[in-house]
Write a protein that binds this ligand. Sequence first.
Ligand code: PDD
Length: 285
Amino acid sequence: MGRTVYVNGRYQPYADATVHAEDRGFQFGDGVYEVIEVRDGALIDPTRHVERLARSLGEIRMPMPMSSAAFGHVLRETVRRNRVHDGTIYLQVTRGAGPRDFLFPAVPYRQTVVCIARPSSRAASDARAAKGIAVKTVADPRWDRCDIKTVMLLPASLAKEDAKAEGAREAWFVDVEGFVTEGASSNAWIVDTSGRLRTRPVDAAILRGVTRTTLIDVIRKFGLDIVEQPFTVAEAKAAREAFVTAATNIVTPVIAIDGVRIGDGMPGELSKRLRAAFHGVAERK
Ligand code: PDD
């Protein structure tokens, strides 16, 4: 059985899995998405991801195209048909296809729903975390509703290209006041000079990362201090530890920011501990 992609109610062979040329996701970025970790064939934190999808849809005035339970079924069936053991599942919903018009259609189009499962190597992710990654800071050029997980990802793509050109794996966006907002596809954290875990509060400048939310559960379980307070680039460079969180990298230590070594230049102890504890707390279904 080859790879299969879910498109609008059908599981199609990968090569045939297409959407219409006038899809509003394609023309206007008029769609939202989720990326969910698959581990041992199970979805990690599916409830929080589907809840966030519903929220993102509501914020751009779109209904859920199917129930949360039906989404759960499609996600699991796509994982099963592709025999993904470890990897990710990508879910995208757009306003559908029709003649190009900035205004929403008077009679709603059928929404486009796509679900793609992809294997990835857990060993490679663990090796990357064991080594730590470098990040590069860039000015945040995005709009003021980054809490909505839209498919308008060009700023993130450009930022990651800039980071890569300097040997960094992730870009950290910085707001006009010099505070780090978040990574191009992750949330940003530090352990500050007082030893407190710090991450930006969930304002409209960042995505409410599901990994971030679950990691706060982990931190509380450990009885550790956490402050949801923005930090500057200078504070990050002086921090004891830094790390990023996302469904695609769980907790991954940051060992350099703009070429400045963080701590002793090795992944921090707390970052490693939080990564190791994460899946013991996250929902697995
Ligand atoms: N991105 N911030 C941004 C801008 C993101 O794109 C992501 C995730 C996160 C972390 O969210 P979560 O913990 O729910 O994965 C924060 C996904 C992984 C992506 O676009 O590939």
